[in-house]
Design a protein around this ligand. Structure first.
Ligand SMILES: *Cc1c(COP(=O)(O)O)cnc(C)c1O
Length: 372
């Protein structure tokens, strides 16, 4: 979904004087916050960087615990691990794939310092439940919004409900900057601090320096900035995001309706007016018996020209690094496991046409038939 305008915007940066620290990152941040309907934003080099930066700023580290859903991209957990804190995994709600608030409540200890969650595949999590739990224990909530561009909970854009929300603009997400991310928050002071800490903890930006090279370092920080090339792409992509989302939602509606008629497949909740779904993709969850031939089904779909993915290959606690460190049994998170082991992710991306949805439904039926 990179067009002539994105290419022209990059060329303009390359021909100009500033590759980093320029006006485009700032403009992109303002435009993104505006799209989300409020708050402040600071651009970062990736969603993972944004998550790590957020925990670092919260002072979370060795001896601390963070509650993490078992079903997410491994980055949700890695960002916690990088601080030295421990992940305390909890299972997900089988109907939504989102964090199970009751399981999270049982996981709180005196060492808990934060709760993180992902809006799984773009469906807003139960933020009423999560925020009530967090407020009861005075814990910050870090929203992993990598799949939540356009997701709204009771009319509020995801990322503006908890302490911060971290977005990803990796190529396969809702829109891209090649690599890149954004941290969004209601509190402008939090964003101002993160903006310093993503740039070595320097006390003034390049444009704020009256004399070049004269600055001080007042805190520890990273280099997690977004460059001007990425920001230039992001600005153009943001002009197109509403069209992208419209198509995703229209396609998802067709695909859900078609897949719902297939006995072997069940679907996660499609959301409602209070849980506006951004439709990252549709997870076709195969029943127990059919799931045994998932790979074969995937191969049939791919041979028919239907691209597929799996979100995610294993629940996070079952990935070797986490299994070795925490020693969870595969049965500890049955719902996360069922979604990761039994589902096939089907695209509703804006690069597709409406006819492709009917084609995907037909190809899925054929693949199930032919592998039976
Ligand atoms: C893609 C993804 C990430 C990582 O994003 P990067 O920008 O590649 O760091 C984190 N969390 C979730 C849920 C994701 O899907």
């Amino acid at each position: 979904m990179i067009g002539e305008e994105e290419i022209a915007a990059v060329v303009e940066v390359l021909k100009g004087p500033q590759l980093v620290h320029g006006p485009r990152a700032k403009a992109f941040e303002a435009k993104f916050a505006d799209f989300c309907g409020g708050g402040s934003a600071t651009s970062v080099s990736s969603c993972t960087a944004g998550l790590h930066l957020s925990y670092f700023d919260l002072g979370i580290g060795a001896g601390d615990e963070v509650i993490v859903p078992a079903q997410s991209h491994v980055a949700t957990a890695h960002a916690v691990e990088l601080t030295g804190a421990r992940c305390v995994f909890v299972d997900v709600d089988p109907k939504t794939g989102n964090i199970d608030v009751e399981a999270a409540a049982s996981a709180v200890t005196e060492r808990t310092r934060a709760i993180t969650l992902v809006h799984y595949l773009g469906l807003p999590a139960d933020m009423d439940g999560v925020m009530a739990l967090a407020n009861r224990h005075n814990l910050p909530v870090v929203e992993d919004c990598a799949l939540a561009v356009g997701s709204r909970h009771r009319g509020r854009h995801c990322g503006l409900i908890g302490h911060v929300g971290c977005f990803s603009f990796y190529p396969v997400k809702h829109f891209t900057t090649a690599e890149g991310g954004m941290v969004l928050a209601q509190d402008a002071d939090v964003i101002a601090r993160l903006a310093r800490k993503k740039a070595f903890g320097v006390d003034r930006t390049v444009s704020e320096r009256k004399v070049p090279g004269v600055y001080d370092v007042t805190m520890l920080g990273f280099n997690y900035r977004m460059n001007e090339l990425a920001a230039a792409i992001g600005i153009v992509q943001l002009d197109r995001i509403n069209g992208f989302l419209e198509r995703r939602r229209a396609y998802a509606k067709i695909l859900r309706a078609g897949l719902a008629e297939i006995d072997e497949i069940s679907l996660l909740w499609e959301g409602d007016a209070d849980h506006e779904h951004s439709e990252y993709c549709i997870a076709a969850i195969l029943d127990e018996k059919t799931a045994a031939r998932r790979l074969e089904i995937v191969q049939h779909l791919n041979a028919a020209g239907v691209g597929t993915s799996i979100y995610y290959p294993k629940a996070i606690p079952e990935m070797t690094y986490y299994r070795d460190k925490y020693g969870h049994a595969p049965t500890d998170f049955p719902h996360a496991r069922r979604i990761s082991d039994h589902s096939i992710a089907l695209s509703v991306g804006p690069h597709l046409a409406e006819e492709d949805m009917e084609y995907t439904i037909g190809a899925t039926k054929n693949a199930l038939q032919e592998t039976r």
